[in-house]
Design a binder for this molecule. Structure first.
Ligand code: M6R
Length: 597
């Protein structure tokens, strides 16, 4: 995790780094720090918490600086553990994203140094210092030290005696830009987009040097290699709370518009996969984490029912470590809002090494995932700031449904008229989502009643089982209430023991082929005095009579209902978290992008 930002060659380096870190705070926000070079000295400022709007920085002139916003891996979020970390003499400063797996053995090799932090990073500053004292240039020292580190990491380094900014990538993203005289290096293009129009994406084992002569790129053997810059789109304008108290609430309201945009952007004629591959396609494996994994679980129903292709949905983190069997006629669909989730990207690497074809569903153009995939299907959610994913989820569903239709049509399982009808039905979703959002004040009142409960159960069946999982994840993530999602029929196999008058149970009860069974589950909960909050179709008065509260969602074709059943669950989690006075957009212990395994 963690965000890195460095810049050189202009007098505004301090404010540039602070703005960059603010843009990168989605990667971690438990502490931050900056090192400014001035008069052959480094001035380091570090603190705990989020990067402030206008931090107190020394009034010095500086044209070289690096900064960091942290999500703790090794060592608590304290000032001592905040980056930058420096060599003993304070001349070399390092910021780091990722994990250095062998840091302990490297630390043990430096018994004469008294370490000031518990991090895996500090050892890099000391190793660089030793290498430089041994006569190496800073660039050569970084190349040699990096080759001794194991794990996935990105590093930025400066030295008080050198007017140069160094970056190294091994598994964690680094992108650099310049306007000829000024240079910037960051963890993503979002932070860079306010500074420059083109980005240089480092590959693994590459080292970049920015100095007064320009940018220079080297491979793992230290050979100079050509630099290739690509246009980056400006994304900063999306970064405003338009009159809302929280981004999460704003992003829920944006769902209708971004689902619409995602359908508009879909090209039904696109060559998503080569036709011979589609004809031989035997299996789809969907990879993702958290909310993105839930979107994959919904898609499993669509892909199997519409395109008749067997689907396996896997936690990316588990997939990569079990030596999965992958065949040349398997297709991987990797889902990620950020495109920087370490588990997902590592799983995709494993799949690619085994020869799989990879489609990436991603909300972040230029991210690591999009650069690894054979085909990219963008989700057009726009920047999602709230850590709890809402609009990214529903745009993922939108793309996944369209992929299912694309495959079904190519396999002649849907003729073009039926396919047209289904695309038309999908176009009704934005209006339905808007209607579902109108239950806001009703849900707020329910949230007021349940704000003090510390547990909740979420039940659903079929397409709505993943939605139950998503509802439970939203609640635990933003309100710190323990919540579990279950297939409704599984309740009697264990979770029913939890039910008493203190247990709210959110049940998605849609009039489909499982409706009667779900009603029976509701009766079982009521018989044990549990409190039932049902999500049902508008007009279902029978359901209303069976439960304590019913939140109605508008009708849609059955297979599209997950788009609307998720909305009340997002709202419920949000309002409970507001009542509990939680940090809605930046919940404790989390980060928007989980860039460590
Ligand atoms: O960026 P990604 O979609 O790969 O992120 C995956 C999960 O970390 C993410 O969905 C997480 O579970 C969300 N905070 C859930 O709201």
């Amino acid at each position: 995790m963690c965000g890195l930002f460095g810049t050189r060659g202009h007098p505004e380096v301090a404010s540039s780094v602070i703005k960059g870190l603010q843009d990168l705070s989605y990667r971690g926000y438990d502490s931050w720090g900056i090192a400014l070079q001035s008069g052959q000295e480094l001035h380091v400022v570090r603190d705990i918490g989020l990067v402030p709007e206008s931090p107190q920085l020394p009034t010095i002139s500086s044209s070289l600086a690096i900064g960091h916003t942290r999500w703790s891996t090794h060592g608590e979020p304290t000032i001592a553990n905040a980056h930058p970390h420096t060599s003993v003499d304070g001349k070399i400063a390092v910021v780091h994203n990722g994990i250095i797996n062998n840091y302990q053995s490297l630390k043990d090799s430096l018994p004469h140094i008294s370490f000031k932090s518990d991090t895996d990073t500090e050892v890099v500053a000391h190793l660089l210092d030793e290498a430089c004292k041994g006569g190496l240039s800073l660039t050569e020292a970084l190349r040699q030290v990096a080759s001794r580190l194991s794990g996935r990491f990105a590093l930025l380094v400066i030295d008080s005696r050198d007017d140069c900014l160094l970056a190294y990538r091994q598994g964690s993203p680094v992108v650099a830009g310049t306007d000829g005289t000024r240079q910037w290096i960051a963890s993503d293009t979002f932070a860079l987009s306010r500074c420059c129009e083109e980005g240089i994406y480092l590959e693994d084992e590459q080292l970049l040097v920015a100095d007064a002569t320009g940018m220079h790129l080297y491979n793992g053997s230290g050979e100079s290699i050509p630099i290739h810059a690509e246009p980056i789109s400006s994304q900063s304008s999306a970064h405003k709370k338009e009159g809302y108290d929280h981004f999460m609430r704003q992003e829920m309201d944006e769902q209708a518009a971004v689902i619409h945009r995602t359908t508009q952007a879909w090209d039904r004629e696109q060559p998503l996969l080569p036709m011979p591959f589609v004809q031989n396609l035997k299996r789809i494996i969907i990879l993702g984490c958290g909310t993105s994994w839930h979107a994959g679980l919904v898609a499993e129903y669509w892909l199997e029912n519409l395109a008749k292709i067997p689907v396996e949905v896997e936690y990316a983190s588990e997939f990569r470590y079990r030596d999965p069997l992958i065949y040349s006629n398997d297709c991987i669909i990797a889902i990620s809002q950020s495109g920087e989730t370490a588990d997902t990207n590592a799983a995709v690497s494993v799949a690619k090494e085994k020869g799989a074809t990879v489609i990436a569903l991603c909300n972040t153009p230029g991210s690591t995932l999009t650069r690894m995939a054979d085909t990219v299907c963008p989700t057009h959610a726009g920047m999602e700031i709230g850590v709890a994913s809402t609009k990214a989820f529903t745009t993922q569903l939108t793309v996944l449904y369209q992929i299912a239709l694309w495959l079904a049509e190519r396999k002649n399982l849907l003729n073009s008229n039926s396919c047209d009808e289904k695309h038309l039905a999908l176009r009704q979703v934005p209006e339905a989502v808007k209607k579902a959002l109108k239950a806001d004040s009703e849900i707020k009142a329910i949230a007021a009643d349940y704000q003090h409960h510390n547990n909740a159960l979420y039940l659903g069946r079929g397409l709505h089982f993943p939605i139950a999982l998503e509802g439970a994840l939203k609640l635990k993530e933003v309100s710190y209430v323990h919540a579990e999602g279950y297939p409704a029929a599984e309740m009697k196999h264990g979770p029913i023991a939890l039910i008493d008058e203190e247990m709210p149970v959110v049940v998605i009860a849609i009039q489909d082929h499982t409706y009667e069974k779900v009603l029976a589950n509701i009766a079982e909960i009521k018989a044990r005095r549990g409190k039932v909050i049902a999500i049902g179709l508008a007009g279902d008065e029978h359901l209303r009579s069976q439960c304590d509260h019913m939140i109605a969602v508008p009708a849609l074709p059955t297979e599209l209902l997950p788009f609307v059943t998720v909305v009340p669950l997002q709202l419920l989690a949000y309002h409970i978290a507001v009542y509990r006075d939680c940090n809605i957009d930046k919940p404790r212990n989390l980060a928007k992008s989980v860039t460590v395994e």
